[in-house]
Design a binder for this molecule. Sequence first.
Ligand SMILES: C[S@@+](CC[C@H](N)C(=O)[O-])C[C@H]1O[C@@H](n2cnc3c(N)ncnc32)[C@H](O)[C@@H]1O
Length: 346
Amino acid sequence: MYGPGGFYRRPEGPAGHFRTSVHASPLFARAVARLLCRVDEALGRPAVLDFVDMGAGRGELVTGVLDALPADVAARARGYAVELADRPPGLDARITWLAEPPAAVTGLLFANEWLDNVPVDVAEVDSAGVPRLVLVAQDGTERLGEPVTGAEADWLARWWPLPAEEGLRAEIGLPRDLAWASVVDRVVRGLAVAVDYAHTTATRPPFGTLTGFREGRETAPVPDGSCDITAHVALDACAAAPGATRPAHGTARTLPNTARTPHGAAQEPPTTARALPPAGLLAQRAALHALGITGARPPLALASTDPSAYVRALANAGEAAELTASGGLGDFGWLVQPVGIRDPLT
Ligand SMILES: C[S@@+](CC[C@H](N)C(=O)[O-])C[C@H]1O[C@@H](n2cnc3c(N)ncnc32)[C@H](O)[C@@H]1O
């Protein structure tokens, strides 16, 4: 996906294949801008306020957030897009394009649908009840490999225990925990938020969620660079990671990702962690409500007093409904990690 000519490096970008909340409505970027303003207040309005769009696609979210900020905040804001693909032509010159997050962030780091693209190993229970790694050929053909051992086995035992029933599957989220801990480590003060398709220990899917996407359709997850390959995120495990597996602040470490992460990255030993307040986990519906997006229809009376305002408000209500829908984007998980400030969503 991330190699030369791979799915995420093509000119059309992710938006050419599927719709995230960012593409669904400009209301999403406006809500994130509101969240950035709350972080700004909690930080005491610093001279420089960072906004980092992690796994930025073509920079759509950071563009929308910078455009939506009030002038006094925009004047102090610095926007970063962190992305493995190249900077798209014509992007707002105010945005800095990077392959890794800045080493020290004071502000808001926001990762919309990034963690589901951080690669995971898949385990499947064999006929003897033993979880084994699933090995995949380039044409997508699968076979079972070695039993899961070491840090990956520990992760399964803690976060996704597999009963000894042939065919059950789990996606081993350890690389995502490490990836999340690594970006949270870059936040000196402020907030880190990850938004994704998520499950928790109470709701793990028995056969996993690994799948592919191409041109708006779900497809077989064939690892030949022709499609997106994604699996839902064990967001509760990620939430626990910054305290448990985070490296000491200031250590230079590259992020685990498809391009660079060897399978063995999961074996990296935990090092000293700074104390962080517990992370919040909530549904996108609740997070967006807290940021003023309700999906409420405008009063009918407005239709006669100001028809064009009524039509605009009705369109906004429709988009808000999509962002907060049950069975859709509203069910996405928000992982909210404050660093040195209170949680600005509560
Ligand atoms: C599903 S897309 C989401 C794009 C955008 N955030 C949105 O919500 O529309 C995931 C993006 O994460 C990028 N990505 C994956 N791993 C990354 C990494 N380690 N560093 C930077 N970008 C990464 C991919 O190239 C892709 O553009």
